[in-house]
Design a protein around this ligand. Structure first.
Ligand code: SAM
Length: 311
């Protein structure tokens, strides 16, 4: 018996440009915005100061969500990290609920704890004063349960350089403005953020596992919108390696799976010729937005979307 396997056809995407954009002379990619967003002007909702966090992209994410018709009911963030986009989408009611996908078990546990018992974690945050000795003692202890582990994850994120929780990350010495290890432990603010998320906990779910699989298992939902911010390491420049415990993903496969989703999507990547090629081969839409990197240099991030973005 011969088996004929037909690969399902990817949904057709419109590729025409109907709005006026500035165009990058070299790459011919529309520039959506040359203005760097002041992150202080955007509500900070994540308790984590996560490396690669997308707070600066919130205005563009909002514009995109507003433009979607029909309104998506589910927001899927397969590489959640600090989950800035999901928190915004749900808490500003652009969608009814969000699914966070995250491969790092430590981070997935952190989100599950907030969704299951954020109040207990918030109280623990308020009780803790991070002197160097207290921090050291805290990390010498084996966590006794999920909530204890979530507290350690949060503490690590707040006292490590760059908010990095990956193995091998180092502690801050001088801290913010020379204020030492406690300089980013804003107990009241962090506890408030946890409580605010906890109040809408029934609208969040965290799925621990591979983001590409999450996209595959939800691809037929026309009600879903995807925000896809994968770890990305340019060949030869392994800057991403130390940021996360999980860095290696098959980007071709991610693009193939993304091509199959029924609902709208937005992906974000560093500007890179390989990425541009993967996107153009699949007739995805490309745009660039200005941002500041960790060294405060202005650079551009690529937004890859299912439809054209409005300036
Ligand atoms: C660029 S960060 C996401 C940052 C996030 N957008 C934010 O605003 O904080 C990428 C995240 O993907 C996670 N990750 C890495 N490989 C993964 C995989 N195969 N599946 C799901 N998550 C993965 C990393 O642990 C990291 O948290």
């Amino acid at each position: 018996m011969t088996l004929h396997i037909t690969k399902p056809k990817a949904p057709e995407r419109q590729t025409t440009l109907t709005h006026e954009h500035d165009i990058d002379d070299q790459s011919h990619i529309p520039i959506l915005s040359n203005k760097v967003v002041n992150v202080a002007s955007v509500p900070q909702r994540s308790p984590l100061r996560y490396p690669g966090g997308k707070t600066w992209l919130i205005p563009q994410i909002r514009n995109w969500l507003i433009s979607l018709s029909p309104r998506p009911t589910i927001f899927i963030e397969p590489f959640a990290g600090g989950a800035v986009a999901s928190l915004t989408a749900v808490m500003e009611r652009f969608v009814d609920r969000a699914i966070l996908g995250e491969k790092d078990p430590e981070l997935a546990n952190f989100w599950r704890c907030i969704f299951e018992d954020g109040e207990t974690l918030a109280r623990r945050v308020e009780r803790f004063t991070p002197s160097p000795d207290d921090v050291r003692r805290e990390f010498e202890r084996e966590p006794t349960n999920g909530l204890d582990a979530a507290f350690q994850t949060l503490l690590k994120n707040r006292v490590n350089r760059g908010g990095i929780i990956a193995k091998g990350a180092s502690r801050m010495n001088r801290g913010e403005n020379g204020n030492g290890i406690a300089s980013r432990w804003y107990a009241k603010t962090i506890a408030e953020r946890i409580r605010a998320i906890s109040r809408c906990a029934s609208r969040f779910e965290c799925v621990e596992g591979d983001g590409i699989e999450l996209i595959g298992s939800t691809q037929d939902s026309a009600e879903a919108a995807y925000f896809i911010d994968p770890p990305y390491t340019v060949a030869g420049k392994r800057a991403g390696t130390r940021l996360y415990n999980f860095n290696e993903i098959d980007h071709e496969s991610l693009f193939d799976h993304t091509a199959m989703v029924q609902g709208p999507f937005m992906m974000t990547y560093d500007e890179n010729p390989d990425v541009i090629e993967m996107a153009t081969n699949r007739h995805f839409h490309l745009a660039k937005v200005a941002m500041k990197n960790t060294h405060h240099a202005i650079m551009y991030e690529l937004l890859i979307t299912s439809g054209e973005l409005n300036p």
